[in-house]
Design a protein around this ligand. Structure first.
Ligand SMILES: NC(=O)c1ccc[n+]([C@@H]2O[C@H](COP(=O)([O-])OP(=O)(O)OC[C@H]3O[C@@H](n4cnc5c(N)ncnc54)[C@H](OP(=O)(O)O)[C@@H]3O)[C@@H](O)[C@H]2O)c1
Length: 253
């Protein structure tokens, strides 16, 4: 055990090899010298390649393989973290897919199933599997934190608001439903762990230029998409829990 000095906080970012997840990893590595960041990736080669872009940063980072659609992969990831670090202080549930990833699938049912497999089932199973490791961090005096990267697209309040900027995009039912379900997972966990002082929050990164949307020209710069997640990942015991926010403030559930 103990690749990580006991004083280091251990953070897992799922889907950390590209897009918003990579920016979250980069920001944590650049700004948090007392953290060890585990860059979650579906293939180690992608993780190693992503980490090679962080060489100039002083912080500490290593790859860990995890495909959240596989119970075996999640179990192996948790076992590896337990063996090498003995605990997990922060889980950032970032891995997710959007409609472009499923557009080749033959039916609405198949698209919906694929989206839910990653954005909902994977997110819940990953979170559930990480709880014992988060508890180990709590036993050592840490404040466990879980961040759910969901989306304003998953907000019921936004969806029903005719003045909302994406009111016309209410046709994206499979993705929007998956992110509403992910918000529910975050909300439930926040209540279940409220009394123990864990900080469990959902956030929307905003529309960011990534592979997720084929680098949509009107989307915003990806770097800033990490800001809210990193804030929530670095909360202390006085920080909020059970919130749903974006970089500018509160999102309606
Ligand atoms: N971009 C936006 O405008 C936007 C807006 C709101 C919310 N979000 C949310 O932000 C999160 C990150 O999206 P992004 O824009 O950064 O997308 P991205 O650039 O496509 O990155 C997604 C990451 O998730 C990983 N991933 C996909 N399926 C996975 C699985 N089964 N197991 C583990 N990892 C998996 C990908 O791995 P590979 O590299 O191997 O494919 C990649 O590392 C998602 O949850 C998304 O819903 C994005």
């Amino acid at each position: 055990m103990a690749d990580t000095p006991a004083t280091k906080q251990v953070v897992l970012v799922t889907g950390g090899n590209q897009g918003i997840g990579f920016e979250i990893v980069k920001k944590l590595v650049a700004e948090q010298p007392t953290y060890h960041v585990l860059l979650g990736c579906r293939s180690l080669s992608k993780g190693v390649e992503a980490i090679s872009k962080l060489e100039k940063l002083a912080g500490s980072v290593s790859p860990v393989e995890v495909d959240i659609t596989s119970d075996e992969s999640i179990a192996a990831c948790v076992t590896q973290i337990e063996r090498e670090h003995g605990k997990l202080d922060v889980l950032i549930n970032n891995a997710g897919i959007g409609r472009h990833a499923v557009e080749e699938l033959p039916s609405l049912r198949a698209k919906m199933a694929a989206l839910f497999d990653v954005n909902v089932f994977g997110t819940l199973v990953m979170s559930d599997a990480a709880i014992p490791l988060l508890q180990k961090a709590a036993d050592q005096g840490s404040v466990p934190r879980v961040v759910f990267i969901t989306s304003e697209m998953g907000s019921l309040g936004n969806t029903l608001n005719p003045s909302w900027k994406y009111y016309q995009h209410n046709t994206s039912i499979p993705y929007k439903s998956s992110k509403a379900a992910a918000n529910m997972i975050g909300a439930c966990y926040s209540t279940l762990f409220e009394k123990t002082g864990w900080k469990i929050n959902c956030c929307c990164p905003g529309l960011r230029k990534t592979a997720f949307n084929n680098h949509l020209s009107v989307a915003m710069d990806v770097e800033e998409g990490a800001v809210r997640a990193v804030y929530l990942a670095t909360l202390d015991k006085d920080g909020p829990t059970g919130t749903f926010t974006n970089i500018d403030g509160t999102e309606p559930w």
